[in-house]
Design a protein. Structure first.
Length: 228
């Protein structure tokens, strides 16, 4: 891990800019789920995870209350991560099909995964000022990823957040519509792709399934191989 990401991760973990989010994290620590009652919760902001030299960046909205906020790693230890990593493994982007805890040996191939907001917000609804506070970290992650070519936004809210970030920083003025697999070329030569979130709700209603998500990931890989 290079010095830039080590320095950034320290800043993220020690961030205390959003009082509402700090208060909510502390509430989660006091109100653990029964099945995790004996777990020591991480309870701090969540850093990104994976290969900073990768060409693919996966972006979720925020850590889960009893997933990443408990385990200390983004998309780890909840139902969404179970589904996501089955798909990443099938697409040969991860070395295993589970993401359970920070010492489980998980690695990503040519990819990095992060959240636009580094702390879990109440009801999964961040305030605009909280997102703006976190954009500096998101922007730094992108700047460190010098080989980055594709951003995959996991869910409409993450997609809209990416658009908000790029409108603010790159003066984008055309209309973006979230659709699974829809691609947009951003002003800094990156491709943004919408992807349904791997949430239990989306899975249970059939909006997304393993084949649909895996095929999207495989297509991204194939396109990158063609470009290279």
């Amino acid at each position: 891990m290079n010095s830039e990401i080590i320095s950034l991760n320290k800043k993220i973990i020690n961030c205390n800019k959003c009082p509402r989010l700090i208060k909510f994290r502390k509430k989660i620590l006091k109100n653990k789920r029964k099945k995790y009652i004996n777990d020591k919760y991480w309870g701090k902001p969540i850093t990104g995870f994976g290969d900073m030299r990768g060409e693919i960046l996966f972006v979720g909205l925020a850590p889960a209350a009893h997933g990443a906020t408990r385990t200390g790693r983004v998309f780890t230890g909840d139902k969404s991560s179970e589904f996501l990593y089955r798909c990443l493994y099938k697409a040969k982007i991860s070395n295993q099909n589970t993401s359970e805890h920070i010492n489980d040996g998980l690695k990503l191939n040519n990819a990095f995964i992060t959240a636009a907001l580094k702390c879990v917000p109440p009801e999964d609804k961040p305030e605009k000022k909280e997102l703006i506070n976190c954009f500096q970290y998101f922007e730094k992650e992108i700047s460190i990823m010098t080989n980055l070519k594709v951003i995959i936004a996991l869910g409409k809210i993450a997609f809209d957040t990416c658009i908000q970030f790029y409108r603010k920083n790159h003066n984008l003025n055309y209309k973006f519509i979230f659709k699974h697999g829809k691609r947009y070329e951003l002003s800094n030569k990156l491709t943004l792709i919408g992807c349904y979130h791997p949430s239990p709700r989306n899975v249970n209603t059939g909006r997304i399934n393993e084949n649909k998500m895996t095929n999207l990931f495989k297509k991204v890989k194939d396109d990158l191989n063609f470009m290279n």
